[in-house]
Write a protein that binds this ligand. Structure first.
Ligand SMILES: [Zn+2]
Length: 463
């Protein structure tokens, strides 16, 4: 039976309907996209099996996303078959695939098929890609209208919760409208036109290394399929003797049917301010406090820049979806004047740029500079070692041999004493020369005196 009838035929559901409508009105005014947990779904009272149709996205010429060795149409068929196989282990459910092989189908053909088997729900399986290969995480798209919104959101809440448990980052549960004001995604639009709810599951991004560990093997794709099946089993409160599980008491949440259109968030985050709380001049680490909020679709990512927005870091997860303020530490290179700026992204990938904080330059040494200095030092040491080796080869004593060290010391001592003796004998020679010169001078002087005396005597005799 159709899940819409389930609500109408359920007396307990009617009891809480006043509260549900009041909450729906509140939500449509205050929380355009996010749902609220109001009351649990009742188990399916119908003896008819639940009809689930699984749509493996793309096929044939329509490859879907393609990145490196990954092609979306091949991935979705693996997930879909695993989902069907797992769901068929539950009682009270009939499962169909819109395509079993690599064939091309239009979106309306897929929905016509689902309608022909009287689908209670259409699950569309996809993998995402982004233009810059920067986005990562899982998201679910649901109809923006009435019961299709609330049922879609109710299932997506379980699905996203399980994908988060698996380790993926949640990009949320969202609606999107086209220019005509109807659901943007054709498959959701066609499903709504034919009267059954539809959720488009973007399991993760097939072009992003953060998500790659979740799809890099067929077994992991099959795990996605089993996860999708379990989420559907929980939503429809199924039980399986084969698996030994019973979700008939599972606390499925119901999202109130909104009175108006659940419009997507089209505006950037309302506020984004930053403050630098710490700057370590020795290491270049700068701690930044970010305060940002988006009251429509919440906060999703942030990026940071130290050059006033010339370049930005990779997208970072918003640390806590409940918190508007948090701190993070970034590494700023030395010898520049850091100008810190943060971009804060909301659930629709729209961002607001923060105020800029300018900081004094830091002159610490980077790891590269320290490595370069170390390499230079090692090169110098190696060069001096080569010179020493050269001396050793020329016959110099090895410093490691004590006997040779002793001989060297003796040689040095002998050389020193020889030099001393040489300088002593030279002094002696000079002294002897001096004495000889004095003696010669004295001899010459006395000869002159004697000769003068004789001349005087001769003159006296002549007189
Ligand atoms: Zn796709």
């Amino acid at each position: 039976m159709n899940s819409t009838d389930c609500v109408k035929n359920n007396p307990r559901k009617r009891k809480c309907s006043v509260k549900v409508w009041a909450a729906a009105l509140f939500l449509s005014l205050v929380l355009p996209v996010q749902g609220a947990r109001v009351c649990a779904e009742e188990p399916n009272p119908s003896p008819d099996p639940v009809v689930i149709v699984i749509d493996p996205g793309h096929g044939g010429e329509n490859l879907g996303g393609q990145y490196e060795e990954y092609t979306e149409k091949d991935m979705t068929i693996v997930v879909a078959k695993a989902m069907k196989e797992e769901l068929e282990k539950y009682e009270g459910v009939t499962v169909y695939l819109t395509r079993e092989s690599d064939e091309e189908l239009s979106l309306s053909e897929r929905c016509d098929y689902a309608k022909s088997v009287d689908a209670d729900f259409l699950f569309c399986l996809h993998f995402n890609m982004s233009g810059e290969h920067t986005l990562f995480g899982a998201e679910c798209w649901v109809s923006a209208f009435g019961e299709y919104y609330s049922r879609g959101y109710s299932f997506a809440d379980i699905e996203i919760g399980m994908l988060k448990e698996l380790g993926l980052y949640s990009r949320g549960i969202k609606t999107r409208l086209n220019d005509r004001g109807s659901d943007y995604y054709g498959i959701i639009n066609h499903a709504v036109e034919r009267g059954f709810p539809c959720v488009l599951i973007e399991h993760c991004h097939l072009d992003q290394e953060n998500d790659q560990p979740f799809y890099d093997h067929d077994e992991k794709l099959k795990a996605f399929g089993r996860l999708d099946a379990t989420a559907a089993a929980k939503y429809f409160r199924l039980r399986s003797e084969t698996l030994g599980v019973d979700y008939s008491d599972y606390e499925t949440v119901s999202v109130p049917v909104p009175s108006g259109v659940m419009r997507p968030d089209q505006s950037e985050p309302d506020v984004c301010m930053i403050d630098v709380t710490d700057q370590d001049m020795e290491t270049g680490e700068v701690t930044v406090e970010v305060s940002a909020a988006d009251y429509d679709s919440g906060m999703l990512y942030y990026t940071y820049s130290y050059d006033n927005g010339e370049t930005f870091s990779e997208l970072q997860r918003w640390p806590d979806e409940e918190a508007d303020t948090f701190r993070f530490t970034m590494q700023v290179p030395p010898h520049i004047v850091p100008q810190i700026v943060v971009n804060a992204y909301n659930g629709y990938d729209l961002y607001t740029t923060s105020n800029m904080v300018s900081l004094p330059s830091m002159d610490y040494k980077t790891a590269e500079e320290i490595a370069a200095e170390q390499a230079q030092k090692e090169a110098l040491e190696s060069a001096s070692a080569d010179v020493a080796d050269g001396r050793a080869e020329d016959g110099a004593a090895s410093a490691e041999n004590p006997e040779e060290q002793r001989r060297n010391a003796e040689l040095k001592q002998i050389n020193a004493s020889e030099t001393e003796e040489e300088s002593l004998s030279f002094g002696y020679f000079l002294a002897v020369c001096g004495v000889c010169a004095l003696l010669v001078l004295a001899l010459v002087f006395s000869m002159i005196l004697i000769l003068r005396g004789r001349r005087r005597r001769r003159r006296r005799r002549r007189r």
